[in-house]
Design a protein around this ligand. Sequence first.
Ligand code: NDP
Length: 445
Amino acid sequence: MDARLEAIRDTVLARNPGEAEFHQAVVEVFESLGPVHDRHPELLEAAILERLCEPERQIIFRVPWTDDAGRVQINRGFRVEFNSALGPYKGGLRFHPSVYLGIVKFLGFEQIFKNALTGMPIGGGKGGSDFDPRGRSDAEVMRFCQSFMTELYRHIGEYTDVPAGDIGVGGREIGYLFGQYKRITNRYESGVLTGKGISWGGSLVRPEATGFGTVIFTQEMLNSRGTSFDGQRVVVSGSGNVAINAIAKAQSLGATVVACSDSSGYVVDEAGIDVGLLREVKEVERGRLKDYAERRAGVSYVNVGSVWNVDATVALPCATQNELDGGAAARLVRNGLLAVGEGANMPSTRDAVAVFQDAGVLFGPGKAANAGGVATSALEMQQNASRDSWSFEHTEERLTEIMVGIHDRCAATADEYGEPGNYVLGANIGGFVKVADAMLAQGLI
Ligand code: NDP
């Protein structure tokens, strides 16, 4: 890393102790930014990096609620409003027991660059809670969401901060959150949350957008090497919103997705995952992958080891951060891996990324490859602002244009900085330059 940036990095790490994921995200971005600072020394003078690493506002709050047995439960809520140089803070809410400030800050930091890459007027933010919705009744989830929003509503708004979903937050949770926001504020302010149901202000394609977008981005990378998804053997991790829609899109382009996972195990389905059955089990019944395996002939369920033990020519990690390590990456590469498209945020460890890049594997980092979700959220905000709703075809066309645009911007930036095919560098510099320009123009903020 560039020595000037190393000093700034050390200060950032020391100022934010114990936040391992945030440190990882910062270091990964800093490693790309030396060449931009050579060309633009004014960025150092204006302390753009120091400012970028310090969130504009961090809100931490108590979320008290009662479970079905009448016991009082306490969780912790977070919203980190990281950077508003390009527009209102935008980024999802994650409900998962692993959530703490370091996870929310890593996600919010990544979100700044991701949102800039979409070319849309949205800043970066992220939030969530250590609440675990798994195994909770609908009534418990509702009471939790109502309590969470009873504090969060003070900080958000269609021109201020617009949350959406992430792990553990899907259509059900957004519904309960929106209902409580509306009740407290007495405003039907559709644009305050995205990922809403289609009959009350949501956008077609938003549920599919992150998974579809990841596959579109990966298809563009494959095209750059004269190939495509057609005939590829694909492994996807996760079996939530992003994973299911990535599987559906990859198979619609002629690939066979032979495996996917949840946090208990993975299934191997050599005939190709049956997306209809997977949706039934996971989205309708809120069941586990084990149930999928029990209902389909020829499928094996494995509850030890990692889904990355299954060979693939294309890997789409769509579960969570740091799920694919250097050892798994080396194994995949040995067995013929061509491309990785990150549907999740930072699913590959730094070692894994190095293995992929050294081996010349096409590697699409999450902040570029999974930006289709937030981009379609911005399309939802546009529809809300104009009291309009677009067709599936039109919205999908916009998503495709946006993803192709992000791919091309990353590729062109990597070329411009002398590292053709380095999508990590392209995404980091492409996103950074846009935010840095806006911050310079707006004075010392
Ligand atoms: P979901 O909650 O719908 O699904 C998450 C999936 O990942 C589940 O299969 C879950 O398994 C698995 N998973 C979660 N945590 C772990 C863990 N610690 N170890 C192993 N498996 C785990 O979330 P999404 O699909 O929405 O999100 C997946 C990823 O995509 C996240 O990294 C998120 O930040 C990213 N993302 C999501 C966007 C969106 O629009 N939803 C937008 C951009 C990025 P189990 O059910 O067993 O917990």
